[in-house]
Design a protein around this ligand. Structure first.
Ligand code: IPE
Ligand code: IPE
Ligand code: MG
Length: 253
């Protein structure tokens, strides 16, 4: 049964707050703890995490979610041991090589956010291939946050703004919130409506800080490799019950 077939959660067009999230951001956390609890290497947790990603993307698409951003590798994850970093790079390589054709056939559009700095050149090429092959697709957009951190993203945006000012292309007095928004990696992606983090941690860890200004947050204790349809449905149900006020008074005032 799809979410929209559950009567009590049916979207109510007269109340704009109750519709499905257009954009869900996911901080996929807990792979290491999942593996440790089973006496397995952390790499196995990450491998099973990719499977959780495949099914979650499928469920999100079936629900009609238009954008799903996944936090796959943060700008701080370079602090991990070299062999874990290699495992994570290897998994991304395999994911793109193995899944790209199928994602493309399912009309999924892939976008990448994050810095290219320090990434192996074959990864940069693969990410580019994934983006260009799927750029005209009209189904769910999978945004892969890879080597991504909000502070890094905002810093890069400021650097570019400063260059444009220096070259006389931009008047500092004309810089608005929109100007900065347009310099971010996410310039062509709407802000996330709902941010989900698994594994019980309640922090943003440098994920979409600017973009999450008015996002709703859902923290789930489940470890990411165990994430399943019910978890996503619970988070979406939670979202549909929120009243988003954006600083105003809302409908119940
Ligand atoms: C999330 O799982 C995956 C990445 C950060 C790439 P972790 O590897 O952070 O798992 P825990 O938090 O150690 O359990
Ligand atoms: C956030 O998880 C990054 C990703 C999920 C890719 P971490 O496990 O790296 O975050 P912290 O270190 O617990 O804050
Ligand atoms: Mg973690």
């Amino acid at each position: 049964m799809s979410l929209l077939e559950i009567p009590e959660f049916e979207p109510q067009p007269e109340n704009g707050d109750k519709h499905l999230p257009k954009h869900i951001g996911i901080i996929m956390d807990g792979n290491g703890r999942w593996a440790k609890a089973r006496g397995l290497p952390r790499a196995e947790g990450h491998r099973r995490g990719v499977e959780a990603l495949r099914r979650t993307l499928k469920y999100a698409s079936e629900l009609g979610v238009q954008f799903m951003t996944i936090y796959a590798f943060s700008s701080e994850n370079w602090k991990r041991p070299q062999d874990e970093i290699s495992d994570l790079m290897g998994l991304l390589r395999r994911f793109i090589r193995k899944d790209l054709a199928e994602l493309h056939s399912k009309n999924v559009r892939i976008k990448i956010i994050g810095s290219q700095e320090n990434l192996p050149s074959d990864i940069i090429t693969l990410l580019h291939e994934a983006r260009t092959l799927t750029s005209s697709n009209t189904g769910t957009t999978l945004v892969v946050a890879f080597n991504y951190g909000s502070r890094d993203e905002i810093t890069r945006a400021c650097r570019q703004l400063a260059k444009d000012v220096k070259e006389g292309m931009l008047d500092p007095d004309a810089i608005s919130e929109n100007t900065l928004t347009n310099f971010l990696d996410t310039h062509d992606i709407p802000d996330p409506d709902l941010i989900i983090r698994t594994s019980g941690e309640m922090r943003l860890s440098n994920f979409l800080m600017w973009q999450a200004a008015y996002s709703e947050f859902y923290f789930d204790d489940v470890l990411w490799p165990d994430y399943d349809k019910e978890n996503l449905e619970r988070a979406v149900h939670y979202y549909m019950r929120r009243e988003r006020r954006y600083g105003g008074l809302g409908a119940t005032a």
